[in-house]
Design a protein around this ligand. Sequence first.
Ligand code: ZN
Length: 344
Amino acid sequence: MSQLHLNRYIRQVQCAKFGEESQQRLQTSRVFICGCGALGTTLANHLVRAGVGFVRLVDRDLVNLHNLHRQVLFDEADAAQSLPKAIAAVEHLKRINSEVSLEAIVADVRPNNIDQFAFDVDLILDATDNFETRFLLNDYSLKHKIPWIFAACLSTQGQVYPIIPGRTPCLRCLVPELPLPGSVPTCEMAGILGPVVGVVASIQAMEAMKILAKKFDSVVPDLIAIDLWPFRIQQIKVQSLTTQECPACHLGQYDYLSTVGLSLTTELCGQKSVQITPPCPAKCDLDHLSQQWSTLGTVERSPFFLRLRSAGWVLTLFPDGRAIIDGINDVALARSIYAQFVGM
Ligand SMILES: [Zn+2]
């Protein structure tokens, strides 16, 4: 390693468990961070500072003022310009470490485009806000034998789970089916505290560094679950959850790489509206959601639907999980609104 590099990363290299060889492996590694919100910005901050060779950030959303309390790479100017999150993040990251090769892509990660984001990386990092995309990452990872790290945060709680194809149970061993629409609370409904995401993403970044350094025996084989309010960290053993019936890691059925298992999104002809239909009709608890939405905008409950009016759009949700979002015709934005306010 050149003297210049050694100086920059000397405190990392000095860690006996890490060392110069790990640093060199990091610098030739390629990572895809799926999502650039709170988890994605914290992950990117750690990994770019640590000297990972190539980082690709993919996100479909724009920076908003209410992101700033937890999304550490953005500032008020990014929010005022409503910059795409991936673009704004890379602009900041370039100034942190000019030696890292960075790529920003503004896109909704779907079965028909995931290959272009993930085909050439050593590791996929989950920084999304929905299980539909996580199931897609899980299938892609297993099919192409690329490790990935699941992470999720809500309120004061979070989880991290590294998945190494062939070594660990996969996400569908733990969560066999996509949660029903409206059954999983979202950050929009339950809130989220910044330090919780900081801890979760930092654990995820640490496991990422071990995987990239090929220190597989040091990777935590458990589901890590934290709650920072009554301070609690648990390591939940999941090895026994692997099952011969898992459609993904045992039977090799990658339902989420096709459109079979995914929600259908359609632009409604002649209207500024997008319809989202979940893969299986659900029984949504509209009364429960109605309470959750009460602080988020104007809520209207009829015997047939639940409606939320927000600045710029109106979301109408039916009991079977189908939704129509009026006021926009951007499909990626509609999917983002569904993930945030209905959840899946
Ligand atoms: Zn599995």
